[in-house]
Write a protein that binds this ligand. Structure first.
Ligand code: SAM
Ligand code: SF4
Ligand code: SF4
Length: 337
């Protein structure tokens, strides 16, 4: 099978599968309570792709060059028997990396079965180490301790080294940058600081709320001197740094101030079966209907090939040249990180 290139010559390598739009957190930057309240209509069970359907789509992408799969959401561990899906995806040929991003609320309970099913690593989101800040950000009073416990159990189960993602917002959790760096130094886990992005249209994003990656790196460097590292592979989103004293590494994801669209080889599958070629896409291409109407692998593969061949997305580069947020966009809790 030939591997398709988009209009900017980019192959498809990394499929992010959002398995649910539901979450038990209400992070203010992702699912603000005022919008994702009791009246919000989440997808019904029938509307979501089944595990068989997801695995079939993953297989078609693998034939086209995808080697990395990441499960996300919403909160992926809320989807029932997620380990079954993991075991099915672990059997897809050509996949060398199978990971999951989670808020870790259910991780301590599930880490062992996830590992047994074939999950290779987890990424855990944790925005602060002090309860007042973390609880205000997750907005459901979820304590830090449970997340740290999840990280420990997952690490003991062999799902490490664990990446810890922290979204940093001006005036909200800037202090967490050095706290997190200090706490995870020397553990082998890798904290990655993420610039707050204008994903979706519900979080009231303003450029002033973004803490530039360089500022975060400088804050850590003041206390624990750092030096840059080479990327692990082309298209790696995080810029890597290591502690000069050998205490491990950290990363920054500077999607606002240093966009990396030129190397973007990611595609996203929504819980209800649409593919999105950019995190900031306004709309996707539905695969569920053709799948449920009995389309063959060849027919679905042709849809995928057409979408990828037309792909011209480079939203972050365009946004940064205009320094404003533009257009109608899909929500992060629906499409995943
Ligand atoms: N619920 C899981 C979690 O929080 O890890 C997986 C889904 S969540 C949408 C994936 C990642 O997106 C998380 O690390 C989260 O912090 C990040 N995220 C959500 N909204 C964001 C935003 N506006 N800017 C930057 N990152 C964001
Ligand atoms: Fe849920 Fe993750 Fe969004 Fe927080 S960032 S609301 S944990 S989906
Ligand atoms: Fe990829 Fe779109 Fe993000 Fe650019 S803005 S890196 S094209 S997902």
């Amino acid at each position: 099978m030939t591997q398709p290139l988009d209009t900017l010559g980019r192959p498809v390598r990394d499929l992010r599968i959002s398995v649910t739009d539901r979450c038990n957190f209400r992070c203010t930057y992702c699912m603000p309570k005022e919008i994702f309240g009791p009246e919000y209509r989440f997808l019904s069970r029938d509307e979501k792709l089944t595990y068989e359907e997801i695995t079939r789509v993953a297989g078609l992408f693998a034939e086209r060059g995808v080697t990395k799969l990441r499960l996300t959401g919403g909160e992926p561990l809320l989807r029932r028997e997620i380990e079954k899906l993991i075991a099915m995806l672990a059997g897809v040929g050509g996949i060398d990396d199978l990971t999951l991003t989670t808020n870790a609320s259910l991780l301590a309970r599930k880490a062992e079965t996830l590992k047994e099913a074939g999950l290779m690593r987890v990424t855990v989101s944790l925005d602060a180490l002090d309860d007042p800040t973390f609880m205000a950000m997750n907005d459901v009073d979820y304590p830090v301790e449970t997340v740290l416990e999840g990280i420990k159990v997952a690490s003991d189960a062999g799902l490490g080294p664990i990446k810890i993602n922290a979204v940093v917002q001006r005036g909200v959790n800037e202090h967490a940058v050095v706290d997190l760096a200090r706490y995870f130094r020397g553990t082998g886990h890798i904290v990655r600081f993420i610039e707050y992005m204008d994903v979706g249209t519900t979080n009231g994003w303003r450029l002033d709320d973004v803490v530039p990656a360089l500022e975060m790196i400088e804050a850590v460097n003041q206390e624990f001197p750092l030096e840059p590292l080479q990327p692990n592979y082309v298209g790696e989103v995080a810029k890597r740094y290591r502690y000069k004293d050998g205490g491990g590494e950290i990363g920054v994801i500077a999607s606002v101030t240093q966009p990396f669209c030129g190397d973007c080889t990611r595609v996203r599958l929504s819980p209800d079966g649409s593919i999105f070629t950019c995190l900031f896409s306004g709309s996707g291409t539905d695969l569920k209907e053709p799948i449920r109407e009995g389309a063959s692998d060849m027919e679905i593969g042709e849809i995928i090939d057409r979408v990828w061949a037309k792909r011209a997305d480079r939203y972050s580069e365009i946004r940064s040249s205009q320094t404003v947020s533009i257009g109608q966009r899909v929500e992060m809790s629906y499409i995943g990180g």
